[in-house]
Design a protein around this ligand. Structure first.
Ligand code: ATP
Ligand code: MG
Length: 450
């Protein structure tokens, strides 16, 4: 067992552990990489901790590629074969206030004190060169049991750094772990601590949470946490929908659509927010049926605001808001309409919109939507064929351009653009082929006899 763990370590990690040990210092792999090794998945970054002071660590790796950016917090990054290894001197840390880094750090002499500052038991395990574990908080057992548990008193740990609330939810969503009861209770009780956490830090965790395989379960169990940083979700969480098209309330429907969407941040955000405008658009007719007229546009506006508040990058924000705004846009299995939509949205957003529509349908009672899902498959195939054939979708694909239009007798000015758009319209609707001669003939016909 220990031998096999050792085999999994990359040469770089072994080199660093050996070098520090050889110079008389303690050194361990620690945190996420040990957790991932124990879970049997390949670590994506390598953190080490050591009894060596930062300048001593630097001394051990003199002549090798070193990055000093974390030095103030005790971290020296050594590059081996291009891979970064972050080596941090045993330390405790102060509160995070609202920044990405703790306000202060203090070096300590023992490994256990360093492990004690870490958030969850599964992240507070150290492993030495021989594969031996130092695991004072029972993290390995918690990993086996699939439990996320705070190191120390949960309430206190969340009060030190509210981001840990999001980290707990993120790990649970990604790994399908349960959050241990006292930890879960402390998460609910201390949710207001999130108000002090920088939007960028929440954003980074939320992205990972939403693409987690178990994101739906977390949305279901912790709506209060999501409402803490996005209070606009509150009315959706409470929304009832009396309608023949919906068998669930607004929140359960939303969760099901998030679960049904591919694990892509933009799509998951679009699903989470696609009906956010429904509560304010709700009306009830004489039969007692609820309607939500105009909600996609309201949802898009709200989504844009919410994504901005959480500092999402422009591309993600704009694309998600676009998909939210268009989620009910009609797309029938009709080549003429598909060509128009492909031209308007561009192929990438068009195919994303189909995913949104598919996920939205899957959030409804399945027996009602089977035909719709088959139709979406058909639309997707038609769109792929249209693209494969290189069919005309936009003005720049037309077999004539502005110069041709002028040469054909249209006076320079805005009427040239109008003529090009009329031509595109004819081609998209299949009235005339996208061929130079046919287009020029159409222009001549519009110009009337000379
Ligand atoms: P990932 O797989 O996303 O990298 P990770 O647990 O490695 O997860 P990092 O941000 O890389 O997350 O942090 C490395 C380690 O530092 C964690 O495993 C944990 O021990 C500790 N840590 C990180 N953030 C916090 C925090 N906010 N509070 C306490 N300990 C933390
Ligand atoms: Mg990590």
């Amino acid at each position: 067992m220990e031998e096999s763990r050792k085999m999994e370590l990359p040469a770089g990690a072994r080199h660093i552990l050996q070098t520090l040990n050889g110079a008389g210092y303690e050194a361990y792999l620690v945190g996420g990489c040990v957790r991932d090794l124990l879970r049997g998945i390949p670590p994506h970054d390598w953190d080490l901790c050591t009894s060596a002071r930062p300048e001593e660590t630097e001394g051990c790796f003199a002549g090798q590629r070193i990055i000093e950016t974390g030095l103030r917090h005790g971290t020296v990054t050594v590059l081996v074969d291009g891979d970064p290894y972050e080596i941090t001197t045993y330390r405790t840390e102060g509160p995070y206030s609202d920044s990405r880094r703790p306000d202060f750090v203090r070096f300590v002499t023992g490994l256990e004190e360093d492990l004690a500052r870490r958030d969850f038991t599964m992240n507070a395990i150290a492993m030495d060169l021989g594969g031996h574990l130092r695991d004072p908080f029972g993290g390995a057992d918690d990993i086996k049991a699939g439990l996320i548990r705070c190191v120390g008193r949960p309430g206190r740990r969340f009060q030190e750094d509210g981001l840990r609330i999001m980290r707990a939810l993120r790990f649970a969503a990604a790994f399908g772990c349960e959050i241990e009861e006292r930890t879960a209770q402390a998460i609910h009780e201390n949710r207001a601590m999130l108000d002090r956490v920088a939007a960028e830090r929440i954003n980074a965790e939320l992205r990972k949470l939403l693409v987690g395989q178990h994101a739906g379960a977390i949305l279901r169990q912790y709506p209060d946490i999501f409402c803490q940083f996005w209070p606009q979700l509150g009315p959706l969480v409470m929304l009832e929908q009396h309608s023949p098209w919906h068998c669930w309330g607004g929140w359960e429907h939303t969760i099901r659509t998030v679960e049904a969407a591919p694990a892509h941040v933009t799509l998951r955000l679009a699903m989470l927010l696609h009906d956010i405008g429904k509560p304010s658009c709700k009306s009830t007719d004489e039969q007692g049926i609820d309607h939500f007229y105009g909600h996609p546009a309201v949802s898009a506006r709200l989504a844009n605001e919410m994504l901005q508040a959480l500092r999402f990058d422009n591309h993600t924000r704009e694309r998600a808001a676009l998909l939210v705004g268009r989620h009910d846009m009609p797309v029938p299995p009709d080549a003429r309409v598909i060509r128009r939509r492909l031209g308007q949205l561009g192929p990438e957003a068009f195919f994303q919109l189909l995913e949104v529509k598919r996920a939205d349908s899957m959030g409804q009672a399945l027996e009602q939507v089977r035909d719709r899902l088959a139709e979406i498959d058909e639309i997707k195939m038609m769109a792929e064929q249209i693209l494969a054939e290189g069919q005309c979708l936009t003005l720049k694909d037309l077999a004539v351009n502005g110069r041709d239009v002028i040469a054909a007798g249209v006076a320079p000015g805005p009427q040239v653009g109008r003529m090009l758009n009329a031509l595109l319209d004819q081609v998209l609707s299949g009235q005339i082929p996208n061929e130079r001669e046919a287009l020029l003939k159409f222009i001549a016909g519009r110009q009337g006899p000379v």
